[in-house]
Design a protein around this ligand. Structure first.
Ligand code: FNR
Length: 367
């Protein structure tokens, strides 16, 4: 037990975060007309959570290159127009007291699919005639039976991806983001390299744990180089593939230690997403034990995510020391003002209730 609670501020390098109620990256598939450029939807969606008191808002998986998008409606940060549109959103988030972070991503073999508006499952590959492309991956193994077979990356492709992460990180810094999260989870490119289920390479990027982690570590190095000493760098991991022979919590802790030694500040611990046909025991807090495990085994700061929906539940995770912060995704979409409401429910005094909304602030009953 500690004195830290859900509303204790946190300082990472020079980044001051007002509380530990954070928003995880959530793709909105809401870019239309201009490749990768965030829209007014993103401004309102993310801005409302800043107004609503969240400490850190990590914007959705944002592609470091054209071919790193999941769908043609994803955001990107591979050109200056995208950077400038993000800068406006970052400015609004920051003005309202939240910290803006960005998840830098390459979708690997899960790139170039049709947007799935109904969340009914994989919507299938996007044909080249409609703007799709052949995805790249560590090995030519499709995600599932309906997916296109990716092209196995050459060493030149790998070098290009490292460079893309570096320039994307630079544009993110220029846009004003204070947290750069490297997406190493959910079966996208970097997770594909980490897991033996998706990486069967026989060169220096496959086989041993050192080899499978090599691309992630190269990216950590270039992102940290660009971030300098003041900006925070996170890595999101899927701590398990939920399948024998796949990526494990122990490997997550080991690679987290290597990343920490290279100046990554915090690990955002999710699970799954790399293979289908597995049983995931979902329920409240179901991923919290993985955050707890990585935090203890690697002795590094972590954040927990997954079916955390309630103020007391969220506070208990922090007070018990199972994570340094919690990320609430879908709950923030149901209630972008979750943090304000949680502070009132926990009876914790905060000074960032927006003045425009003061008349809606819950009052304690006067005896
Ligand atoms: C997600 N998630 C996700 N994860 C990620 O690393 N990058 C992303 O861009 C997305 N996109 C995304 C979109 C939508 C609509 C949802 C609901 C989820 C996963 C998300 O960050 C989080 O880990 C899960 O939603 C679990 O947390 P909750 O929603 O149970 O709090």
């Amino acid at each position: 037990m500690s004195d830290i609670n859900l509303f204790s501020p946190m300082k990472i390098r020079s980044v001051e975060i007002r509380n530990r109620v954070w928003v995880p990256p959530m793709c909105q598939y809401s870019v239309f007309n201009r490749d990768g450029v965030p829209t007014s939807w993103h401004m309102v969606h993310l801005g409302s959570m800043a107004v609503g008191g969240a400490g850190l808002i990590i914007v959705e998986a944002t592609a470091v290159s054209f071919d790193g998008r999941i769908t043609v409606h994803d955001t990107g940060i591979w050109n200056d127009e995208q950077r400038d549109a993000w800068a406006d959103i970052v400015e609004f988030i920051t003005e309202h007291g939240a910290v803006a972070g960005i998840q830098l991503a390459h979708a690997g073999r899960k790139a170039s699919v049709r947007p799935d508006w109904n969340f009914a499952g994989a919507a299938g590959p996007m044909p080249e005639s409609e703007g799709g492309w052949i995805p790249i991956a560590p090995s030519a193994i499709p995600f599932d039976d309906t997916s296109s077979t990716p092209r196995e990356m050459t060493l030149e492709d790998i070098d290009r991806v490292v460079e893309d992460f570096k320039t994307a990180a630079q544009r993110s810094v220029d846009a004003g983001f204070k947290v750069l999260e490297i997406h190493g989870a959910h079966g996208y490119l970097l997770h594909e390299f980490l897991s033996p289920l998706s990486n069967t390479r026989t060169d220096e990027y496959g086989g041993s744990l050192e080899n499978r982690a090599r691309l992630l570590l190269r990216i950590v190095d270039v992102v940290r180089e660009v971030a300098g000493k003041d900006i925070a760098v996170f890595v999101r991991f899927s701590a398990t593939d939920w399948k024998d022979g796949g990526w494990t919590p122990e490997e997550t802790s080991t690679v987290a230690t290597w990343c920490y030694d290279r100046d990554v500040d915090l690990f955002d611990i999710s699970t799954g997403g790399n293979v289908i046909g597995v049983t995931i025991p979902t329920g409240p807090n179901y991923q919290v034990p993985f955050s707890d495990q990585v935090k203890r085994d690697a002795n590094v700061p972590t954040a927990a995510v997954g079916l955390i929906t309630d103020a007391v539940q969220a506070n208990d995770i922090i007070v018990a020391g199972q994570a340094d912060a919690v990320l609430l995704g879908r709950e923030h979409m149901r209630d972008p003002h979750f943090a304000l409401r949680a502070a009132a429910e926990l009876d914790i005094e905060i000074d960032y209730w927006p003045h425009q909304y003061l008349r809606s602030r819950p009052r304690k009953a006067v005896a």
